[in-house]
Design a protein around this ligand. Sequence first.
Ligand code: FMN
Length: 177
Amino acid sequence: MRVIAICGSPRSGNMEFILKRILINAEKKGLDTDFVMLKSKSIEFCNGCLTCDSTGLCNIKDDMQIIYSKLEESDIIIFGSPIYFDSVTGMMKNFIDRLNLFYTTKKLKGKKFASICVGQSGSASSMKVINYFEYISNELGLVPIGDLSFEAKESNEVENNSEKVSQIDQFAESVFS
Ligand SMILES: Cc1cc2nc3c(=O)[nH]c(=O)nc-3n(C[C@H](O)[C@H](O)[C@H](O)COP(=O)(O)O)c2cc1C
């Protein structure tokens, strides 16, 4: 079993910590893991050519090509984004736009999917992001197995809160059991 986590934060903050903690839990259960920090990758904007509609391939030869392969090889996919203006970050949105080939090929269909968000202002915003991730999972044929949201603003707020850290561990337990 292989799990991949995609982090849409432009900083080394809460979401990076949350996803890495989840992957440590996954490794303890014997799963293989991949972590993708979008900010460290070179990912162009979707150019709208729609070539993927007929070929199932993306014409843009950048770091997404290796991420496509990693996603196809994974059994469980986790998307994590901070909340920016009541939505995902631009980085995460750009990544999602580049997944249009999977809308066509349905190559991710049936894979398990979990989503996580973190923001400073609580449940109204986080529900919007979690609902958006649910929409994406429907479009790609993924099977939702859980979601998690945290309230935090400063970059190390989740890491420094033992209750929140044990919430992450419980989430990992439920998702990987
Ligand atoms: C440009 C910007 C917009 C933001 N918009 C929201 C928002 O709409 N709702 C919210 O709850 N938090 C918002 N936040 C706060 C971040 O979601 C919060 O700081 C979060 O902990 C960042 O996660 P990270 O540490 O993983 O980067 C915003 C932060 C920035 C920088």
